[in-house]
Design a protein around this ligand. Structure first.
Ligand SMILES: Nc1ncnc2c1ncn2[C@@H]1O[C@H](COP(=O)(O)OP(=O)(O)OP(=O)(O)O)[C@@H](O)[C@H]1O
Length: 225
């Protein structure tokens, strides 16, 4: 199975703080991986690096077998737009645009607009009856499903989700989790950061960080540090 993410001795320092310290991880196409750990353990830093929002201090990052460690900001932005779909705890929807327009805006950044494709992803997340609703007319769970549709519209290689249910009640959390499970069953690669052990259980495996080090990585061909 193809490796879509590989880090080799990846470190990120902020001054004398080692937010990430010589991390080796490998994520294969089609895997659903949860990145977990206590507050301050390095989850956000790792997510920011994997999504090319931040750069590493040393080591290597290979995405889709391409060494992106030396990419400049423009290359990283293009790579992100091309290969990644991002879902955050805060929905970041444009309040005066409908669900459909919010999804199409993501296509706009990708310089192709395709109404049918936007309708299709919203239908896929169970919102065929909500195309014309504004974010304020949608429940929290529905808004997050719009965000997931927006992340999927450019058919990304990897879906990254940072605390995707952090702002949702129990019922909506279950809906979003069911959707992530469904996307995984359809073959999507998903990398999710979460504090929540219940969310961790839906993933194939957990990458656990502690004080910037990898302490758990539950596949057999990887050595936990
Ligand atoms: N821009 C920065 N400048 C200085 N230190 C930073 C910066 N970003 C993160 N850190 C430090 O790096 C460490 C890891 O932070 P990070 O935000 O990755 O943790 P986290 O696991 O995501 O925490 P939380 O669950 O609370 O969001 C922390 O000690 C943090 O204080």
């Amino acid at each position: 199975m193809n490796l879509v993410i590989e880090t080799r001795q990846l470190s990120r320092h902020f001054g004398n703080v080692a937010a990430l310290d010589k991390i080796d991880i490998r994520i294969r196409q089609g895997e659903f991986v949860a990145i977990m750990g206590a507050s301050g353990s390095g989850k956000t830093t790792l997510m920011n690096i994997l999504t090319c929002m931040d750069t590493l201090s040393s080591g290597q990052l290979l995405l889709d077998n391409e060494d992106v460690s030396a990419f400049d900001e423009d290359q990283r932005r293009l790579f992100r737009a091309d290969k990644m779909g991002l879902v955050f705890q805060q929905f970041h929807l444009i309040p005066y645009l409908s669900a459909l327009e919010n999804v199409m805006l993501a296509q706009h950044y990708h310089s192709v607009v395709d109404l049918a494709a936007a309708q299709q992803v919203l239908t896929q997340v169970g919102l065929a009856h909500r195309f014309d609703h504004l974010p304020s007319q949608l429940s929290g769970g529905e808004q997050q499903r719009v965000c997931i549709a927006r992340a999927l519209v450019n058919s990304p290689e990897i879906l990254f989700a940072d605390e995707p249910t952090g702002n949702l009640d129990e019922q909506n959390e279950q809906l979003v989790l069911a959707l992530l499970r469904q996307l995984h069953a359809e073959g999507r690669t998903i990398v999710m950061v979460t504090h929540n052990p219940e969310l961790g259980k839906v993933a194939d495996r957990v990458i656990r960080l502690q004080h910037g080090k990898l302490v758990e990585n539950t596949t057999d061909d990887m050595v936990a540090v």
